[in-house]
Design a binder for this molecule. Sequence first.
Ligand code: GLA
Length: 398
Amino acid sequence: MTTTDDAATALFTELTGCAPAGVWSAPGRVNLIGEHTDYNDGFVLPFAIPHRTVAAVGPRDDRRIRVASTFADEPVEVAIDELAELFPTPTGKAPAVPEWAAYPLGVAWALRQAEGASDAVITGAGLDIAIASDVPVGAGLSSSAAIEGATASALNELWEAGLDRIALARVGRRAENEAVGAPTGIMDQMASMLGEPDAAIFLDCRSLDANLVPVGIAEAGLAILVMDTRVKHAHSTGGYGERRAACERGAAIMGVPSLRDVSVDDLPRAEELMDDVTFRRVRHVVTENQRVLDTVRVLREEGARAIGDLLVASHASMRDDFEISVPELDTAVEAALAAGAIGARMTGGGFGGAAIALIEQDAVQHVTDAVNAAFAASSFTAPVIFTVTPSAGAHRDA
Ligand code: GLA
């Protein structure tokens, strides 16, 4: 039991006066490379991080679901039969429940209709769900996928839904898209469900084929630093949806179902066919897909030390073509590289959140100091900087 397990269990006991039937957890993620490629049916290479969200859950006999969390003042309670009235959340509207509660309740709603779920889910008992987390919120580390993964794992077992990990990732994504109203892809949920120690997940977002790629960071004497800029982002509003729309427009102009079907060789033709902004959005996705394939090959053939240039090129593409970086992310990346990082890039959806740097293990303090100094020099809020290692995906803790 971790301290987050203890916090969720204590909250459950405070809420109900008894012990939970079980405790489940799921991690946040860092994406090594492959940004905004998931909803374009492309490739991504994320890994699960040690930070986890925990759901302590137990049944109740009145067919109601009550969710409580250490980061909210009040629990939220609804009848199971009310879920279908609450969701889906109309596009552009806030969820009918507080946003944090839309994640676990959205999972319950989506699980009840999941393809392949046993009939038992329909008569599944009411539940008390107590949530605690040490995944930083709004940092681009998928705190939302971690809530979805922990809740989906718990409900899968307690409602005897019989779904596999990929189906549970789909349930989480549906909750995120249709209950919370964030038009995201499936990368984060897949990373949270499928993570393994020391491995990244090479995911084909079209087929959902997932292959583990050993990253060998520690063996190579390296470390991955997360630099949380503390610029909060939200993907249910604004830029994320606009980027997604630009990608769809680009695919339509190219006459293909998605940008996965456009190759680097097609880019000159794309440039002739579309306006400059749409073209640059397309070029990011197309070249980023190629960089994921290249990174997987280089990791397998040469090891982690050789992927630095690909990470740097990915950041430049997000900054210049996709235009989802912010000054704090650029500063973190530039300061880390100037301090000797092998590679660095922003990670996640952008518009804030975190960047990662691949560095020598013995340079952690030096790079941290350099990034802190660069933030201070620009009068930015101090970042939060820590190392992560690829870690296990969702599981039952107790
Ligand atoms: C967010 C979304 C993911 C993905 C990334 C960008 O994390 O949740 O689906 O699109 O942004 O790569």
